[in-house]
Design a protein around this ligand. Sequence first.
Ligand SMILES: Cc1cc2nc3c(=O)[nH]c(=O)nc-3n(C[C@H](O)[C@H](O)[C@H](O)COP(=O)(O)O)c2cc1C
Length: 386
Amino acid sequence: MTQPIDFFWFIPTSGDGAYLGSSDLNRAPSYDYLSQVAVAVDRLGYTGVLLPTGAGCEESFVMAAALAPVTRRLKFLVAIRPGVASPAYYARLSSTLDRVSNGRLLLNIVVGGNPAELKGDGVFLPHDQRYGHAEEFFDVFEDLLATGSANLDGEHIKAIGATLGYPPVQSPRPPLYFGGSSDAGIDFAAGRVDKYLTWGEPPAQVAEKIDRVRAAAREEGREVSFGIRLHFIVRETEEEAWAAADRLISKLDDETIAAAAKHFNKESDSVGQKRMFALHQGSRDRLEVSPNLWAGVGLVRAGAGTALVGSPESVAARLREYQEIGIDTVIGSGYPHLEESYRVAELLFPALGIERGEQAGGFLNEFGQKRVFAGGSHGGNLRAAS
Ligand SMILES: Cc1cc2nc3c(=O)[nH]c(=O)nc-3n(C[C@H](O)[C@H](O)[C@H](O)COP(=O)(O)O)c2cc1C
């Protein structure tokens, strides 16, 4: 039997809501709300959480540092954008965060795919050169974390006599994750990263990408493992799940879809983003792009644009198909993230053989007997199941 998939969740640091493309029932990414999500998923048995980066997000390292003390086991997959600060500074941030979280840091390398946004951060390099810059950045960064010192007089990075005072808990460094689909991105991944991440494309397209990354890594004498980023709409029945998917885009108008399509095509130079857009091409007509895989989120959301929609059994079956082609990690999300984290843990984890955390329902009394909710008097008392 294959290992249960490693299940991560997402911290919505740019905001959350119940309807895409609408301001109805939306939520600000306040620290109080984000810590509710983090505490919930920590207790529900998720492996970790992804914290994104971007001009519209709360800062990923700071937010992870603030969430570490309120969580117990959760790992923090923190986005690191090499262009925006020096490798020595990021090495200090990473080592300190790994130390204060007691070895719970994972890093998601984000080179960036929106030139207009990158210019705001002072990054003016064209697409492939951003990967050249990232190579030099991580040469210095990795040397510092592993040995405490680094030197490089490179084309993009100059670090002369760089030192790091305190090593990370994880040796030689926290694991490196990365998701980029261009040829330059795949070359970068092959030579350096531990886990390659893909957005939720249909299984055949994911299999083709995995084969490419695997072959490129082998040429470098390396092994890479694989993860997938997906939204989830899981309900007790198929009908309820598809109704929830329809509801999620029920307030999304055509103008908003057209504006998003323009943004994806004009402003982004990310190959991964182009592959996501190609699944729906800005049209809400054919959104089930492969069985149970729905591209509705990507009509307006940049990046992760697909959701697995269905009953626990059908969504688990689809995830097993991804596992068979080499995926061992899922980074999930759902709108709103707090409520959907419960649905996924309570409905889907059992179907995937994932051990639920203490808060994920189905609990036993202290004598190991099953309990029935509201089975007694006093509204909500529990009695042992007969
Ligand atoms: C799982 C995953 C998470 C990502 N997170 C971010 C992010 O937080 N911020 C961002 O700007 N890009 C993010 N990206 C985009 C990529 O890191 C990358 O910069 C972009 O796709 C350009 O690379 P490409 O042209 O090689 O595809 C993410 C991609 C994946 C697959």
